[in-house]
Design a protein around this ligand. Structure first.
Ligand SMILES: [Zn+2]
Length: 424
């Protein structure tokens, strides 16, 4: 039970610190659900392992005194009332579904860490002004169904997509206690929420490499994809002289190098990748007549992505002229736009890290997260903790108990700063 309310203020004693062993024990307990032989988990959304893992997490939430409900999108939401019931909710959490052959930390750290914050508030008999809600978003690794539904984004196509379980999202949402026919009821109005916070592993190697504890996420990058087709002329590889060829693969090779050159030619942390390429007809003795390849660009600025793309298209025109080929780009609809975190929350995260004597840096998130949808709905902040070796989406994922606990400490202090009025 919670004792008399204690307001958090600068003069108040500093909040209790996370227990690294409890956090680690719960991470390992959660890792039993969908455990794979390599030591990670295959707990894809809507699978039996996902259902069982969600039940375990919901039981932790109930034991911590949260009022637990499942919304129509299958998100688990656990509520702790505040002293001022009319204030909007401070929401925080992450996801527990994984990719096939995934690890034990992606998403899980943010969920177990969120519950740890509640445990610490309970232990300190600390009642916030705002209601607090812990959220476990559904289907993060699939189509971000849970956070998109909460943000009110249309999900029509995504519901019929078949996930790794062989179930459509529509069937899957039912299997985890949601109701795909009433998805709109999962939507939250901006006025209902004060902020959203997500603690997550970095999934890259920068924090570890620099010996830092905390990443203050500036935003989640936009991801733009194009299908690229290079058309040349297929011809006999023995009888066509080198100066008479329109070799689509030679042109494509130049374009791959051009993408790399353009993306690295300007300052910033933008990335560009050609990750798929296929030459046709694909025989050793035929000059390739057609190449299909992908192009992906990511950055925090949509304008920068467009200007990089314009430069790449310029390179393509020059390559066409010199190789006698035709190069066309088709933008794929699944374009994720960049989502920036809230500057005031970024400052609160940095202040919290400083107060704890933790080293931190600002950085973009190159991977997608539920926070990208939430950022369009409410002021959003994201806290990264180091990933050993920068490895993620692999059973080799690892973040130490102390590293996780430091992230929880920063999360709790950020929640309390927002509760004290940072955003009001
Ligand atoms: Zn994740």
């Amino acid at each position: 039970m919670v004792a008399a309310p204690v307001a958090f203020a600068r003069s108040a004693p500093s909040p209790p610190r996370a227990d690294p062993r409890r956090v680690e024990a719960r991470i390992l307990a959660l890792a039993r659900f969908g455990a794979n032989p390599e030591g990670g988990v295959s707990r894809v959304a809507f699978s039996a392992a996902d259902v069982a893992g969600r039940e375990y997490v919901a039981s932790l939430m109930r034991a911590a005194g949260l009022g637990v409900r499942i919304d129509a999108a299958g998100n688990i939401v656990g509520r702790r009332e505040g002293r001022e019931p009319r204030l909007p909710v401070i929401l925080f959490g992450s996801h527990i579904d994984s990719v096939p052959g995934g690890g034990n930390y992606d998403g899980d750290v943010g969920v177990i860490g969120a519950i740890e914050c509640i445990e610490l508030l309970n232990a300190a008999s600390l009642r916030t002004r705002h209601p607090l809600e812990v959220v476990v978003f559904s289907d993060e690794e699939g189509s971000l169904v849970g956070s998109r539904a909460m943000a009110g984004e249309p999900l029509t196509g995504a519901l019929d997509e078949v996930s790794h379980t062989g179930r459509s999202a529509r069937e899957g949402i039912r299997a985890i206690g949601g109701d795909p026919d009433r998805l709109s009821s999962a939507r939250r109005a901006p006025t209902e929420l004060r902020a959203f916070l997500e603690l997550h592993i970095e999934q890259g190697g920068i924090l570890e490499e620099k010996g830092l504890d905390i990443g203050v996420v500036e935003g989640i990058v936009g991801i733009n994809w194009w299908d690229v087709v290079v058309e040349g002329v297929a011809n006999h590889a023995g009888t066509t002289p080198m100066d008479r060829r329109h070799d689509a693969l030679v042109a494509a090779a130049q374009l791959v190098l051009g993408v790399n050159r353009v993306v690295t030619s300007v300052p910033g942390r933008q990335v560009g990748t050609v990750g798929r390429i296929a030459a046709a007809p694909g025989a050793p003795n035929v000059i390739p007549g057609r190449v299909e390849m992908s192009l992906e660009l990511r950055d925090l600025s949509a304008e920068k992505i467009q200007s990089l793309f314009a430069s790449i298209a310029g390179e393509a025109r020059a390559i066409e002229a010199s190789t006698g080929t035709r190069i066309s780009f088709r933008a794929i609809n699944a374009t994720a736009v960049p989502a920036l975190t809230d500057e005031r929350i970024r400052r609160s995260i940095a202040v919290a890290a400083d107060a704890l004597g933790l080293e931190h840096m600002s950085m973009p998130s190159g991977a997608g997260h539920d926070a990208q949808d939430m950022a369009r709905l409410t002021p959003t902040g994201m806290i990264f903790v180091p990933s050993a070796g920068g490895i993620s989406h692999s059973p080799k994922e690892f973040t130490s108990p102390d590293q996780m606990a430091r992230g929880v400490d920063v999360l709790l202090r950020t929640i309390l700063a927002i509760d004290a009025g940072t955003l009001e």
